[in-house]
Design a protein. Structure first.
Lengths: 247, 438
């Protein structure tokens, strides 16, 4: 039996998660290549495959009906599908437009109604196909990706945390953003990134989505009462990377 | 002999984003010769409306995963112009080092992973591991260095963390800066080896010259990066200079009937942005070591061969390393301190021009009295190059037909031409694409 076949696919997004993979460095990438064959990766390879894929990493949001067929074809050919990064997992930053109704006009003016510019709400790829695992984050953590791939190659189940980022800040002994006079969404944000943002002095924006059962009403209240936001700004903030997870 | 050619490259590989090449020649007559862009629109300018100035850059950074540092710097610089913020000299220096890291990072990815396979006759970098293992390992080593160099200042290179309007949320320690300085110096042999590798395959770069207008940021203090003015130069050396705030009059976005994306033009029918444009505009301010590298690589201003953009990127890598070492030395001499963010003095409109790896990038914002964004506009370098790529196609295809080139060879040369511009298509926020008849 040959090595498991790994493939990268991209939909609507910035392709930064694929770039994160190339940042792993020579040791990790060459070691990974001892255990998998990369059979498709349009951003870096001309080769493509029509054969069976063991692990498909799918980056980007599902925004156009015409992309459904390509997603289904990937699903059909792949044993395991991983939503790779925030855009694929939740719709990510692209979903900010889902709460606007004039985004075409805002960007394209008089040309807004031209058919090729039509692009619907930004959805997670799970709106089109079944997803087996989620590599969260904007960008997806490259170290977590290695952990996920390593678990799968050992026929193990990857552990994706569902506790909040606050846990990681406590573990890192990072001073709470609220105590610094700032705001934060770490109390409802899914951990697993290691909480680098609060450690470097900026709020957690919940780029990995929410924990399984977030108290979202309380999130808005905290942003208003402790950070002094207007209700409108608190609602807007709570949708930063999570517009599809909010009403 | 009357030729027939039918090239239809759907979703060209080894470029960032999605683009197509279509050429049809029937009995020697060119019927179609097009560079098309079917990328999905992203609507960032709509999404930042109503957002506080402190979070706008975190959104617009997500326009592009490769030039996220550049988009972040363009965003905070435009916001600072709109809010009357003057950053400290330390912030400027740290941002300059971060910008050099991004250019180096992106150029290494482009030259080694996206372009080199064409020159070495491989479909991608992976088959080169058994045949050119040393080159691949060097590429990945340089890529990782660039990532860690940028992360030291920005916290991360794909969507940096610490870069905010008014300064940094956190600055690197002097100890870490010193360690990075030593790693940069230690990378010099890898840069020399890079030049050797390029020279060994230089004959594979097509000889094709088409003079155009070259546009870049120009600054009296340094090889233009993110402050100063906009300057353009023609092949005969004729220069023109513009204020950054006049960017709409320089870019002139327009729709071409047979074309896909919005194109731009200034003094000619199109212009070029990117490493070669910067080299042509700002050659005099390159670090002496970078000038030596250019000489070794046979590159001198004003170069009008678009395929040489990749060579200009190597020259910029040398410049980035030596300039960063110099700036780290200055910072260590002066001492690095945690500074608070410089606060807004007004709320209004502001424009920035930043040299990202692929060329000049403009961001423009207006804020209301609460510091909330009411209007945004971003003009991306790749969009500014589409028109120039199209005109290159229109001149190159007849030349290749005249020389009796085979269809495969024409397809490869056109793919290599597009790759030479290092397009970053998912960046491009302004599209007007049309469906093409097959």
């Amino acid at each position: 039996m040959g090595k498991p076949k790994l493939a990268f696919f991209d939909f609507t997004g910035c392709e930064g998660c694929q770039i994160e993979f190339t940042n792993l460095g020579e040791e990790a990438i060459l070691a990974l290549l001892e255990h998998v064959d990369i059979v498709e990766f349009r951003e870096a390879m001309t080769e493509t495959t029509t054969e069976r894929i063991d692990i498909a990493l799918v980056e980007g949001s599902f925004t156009r009906e015409k992309d459904r067929e390509r997603l289904q074809s990937i699903r059909k050919r792949s044993r395991i599908v991983i939503a790779y990064g925030a855009c694929a997992c939740t719709g990510g930053i692209n979903a900010l437009r889902n709460h606007q109704d004039d985004y075409h006009e805002c960007v394209y003016g008089a040309d807004a109604r031209m058919p090729h510019l039509q692009s619907g709400p930004a959805l997670p790829i799970s709106a089109a196909i079944k997803v087996d695992y989620y590599a969260h984050g904007c960008p997806a953590s490259k170290d977590e990706l290695v952990r996920i791939l390593s678990a799968l190659l050992h026929n193990d189940t990857p552990l994706i945390p569902s506790y909040p980022v606050c846990v990681e800040c406590k573990r890192n002994e990072t001073v709470c953003r609220f105590d610094e006079g700032d705001y934060c969404m770490g109390m409802v944000a899914r951990a697993g990134c290691g909480a680098p943002c609060p450690a470097l002095g900026i709020p957690c924006e919940a780029c990995r989505g929410f924990v399984d059962e977030p108290n979202l009403r309380s999130l808005e209240t905290v942003l208003m009462e402790r950070a002094g936001f207007s209700q409108e700004r608190a609602i807007g903030k709570s949708r930063m990377f999570t517009a599809n997870l909010r009403s | 002999m009357l030729q027939n050619v039918d090239i239809d490259i759907h979703h060209l590989t080894r470029v960032e984003g999605h683009g197509n090449i279509v050429v049809n020649v029937s009995d020697g007559t060119i019927e179609t010769c097009e560079w098309q862009v079917p990328e999905n629109p992203r609507f960032f300018e709509a999404m930042v409306r109503g957002r506080h100035y402190s979070e706008v850059a975190r959104i617009t950074s997500r326009i592009c995963g490769i030039c996220a540092v550049g988009h972040t710097l363009a965003s905070v610089t435009a916001t600072e112009a709109a809010l009357g913020i003057e950053v400290t000299p330390q912030t400027r220096k740290l941002r300059t080092i971060l910008k050099h890291a991004e250019n180096f990072d992106s150029h290494v990815l482009h030259v080694y992973i996206l372009v080199a396979p064409d020159l070495l006759g491989a479909p991608s970098v992976f088959p080169l591991i058994p045949t050119h293992g040393e080159v691949v390992v060097r590429a990945l080593r340089l890529k990782r260095l660039a990532h860690e160099w940028g992360s030291l200042i920005g916290g991360r290179t794909t969507h940096p963390i610490t870069v905010l309007p008014g300064g940094f949320s956190s600055v690197p320690s002097e100890r870490d800066l010193k360690a990075m300085r030593d790693r940069l110096v230690a990378a010099v042999p890898d840069l020399e080896a890079t030049i050797e590798t390029i020279l060994s395959v230089a004959d594979k770069l097509p000889a094709f010259d088409r003079p155009t207008e070259y546009m870049a940021v120009a600054d009296d203090a340094e090889y233009g990066l993110f402050s100063g003015r906009v300057e353009t130069v023609l092949a005969d050396g004729d220069r023109a200079s513009y204020d950054v705030s006049d960017y709409l009059g320089i870019t002139n976005e327009f729709v071409v009937p047979q074309s896909t994306a919005k194109h731009t033009r200034n003094r000619l029918r199109s212009y070029a942005a990117g490493a070669l444009a910067r080299f042509n505009v700002n050659y005099d301010q390159l670090h002496p070591e970078a000038k030596k590298a250019a000489e070794a690589l046979g590159l001198s201003p004003i170069c009008t061969n678009p395929y040489m953009n990749s060579v200009a990127q190597v020259v910029e890598c040398v410049h980035a390393v030596h300039e960063s070492v110099r700036m780290i030395d200055e910072l260590l001499e002066e001492g690095v301190v945690e500074e608070g963010l410089v606060q807004p003095t007004r709320f209004g409109s502001g424009v920035s021009a930043v040299e990202v790896p692929r060329g000049i990038l403009f961001h423009d914002y207006t804020y209301d009295d609460e510091g909330l964004c009411v209007r945004a506009n971003c003009i991306i370098p790749t969009n500014q190059n589409h028109g120039n790529i199209q005109l290159d196609f229109e001149e190159l295809v007849p030349q290749l037909l005249e020389a009796g080139a085979a269809e495969d060879d024409i397809a490869l040369k056109l793919s290599m031409l597009v790759r030479a511009y290092d397009p970053c298509i998912s960046c491009s926020t302004h599209y007007l694409d049309v469906e093409f008849k097959r």
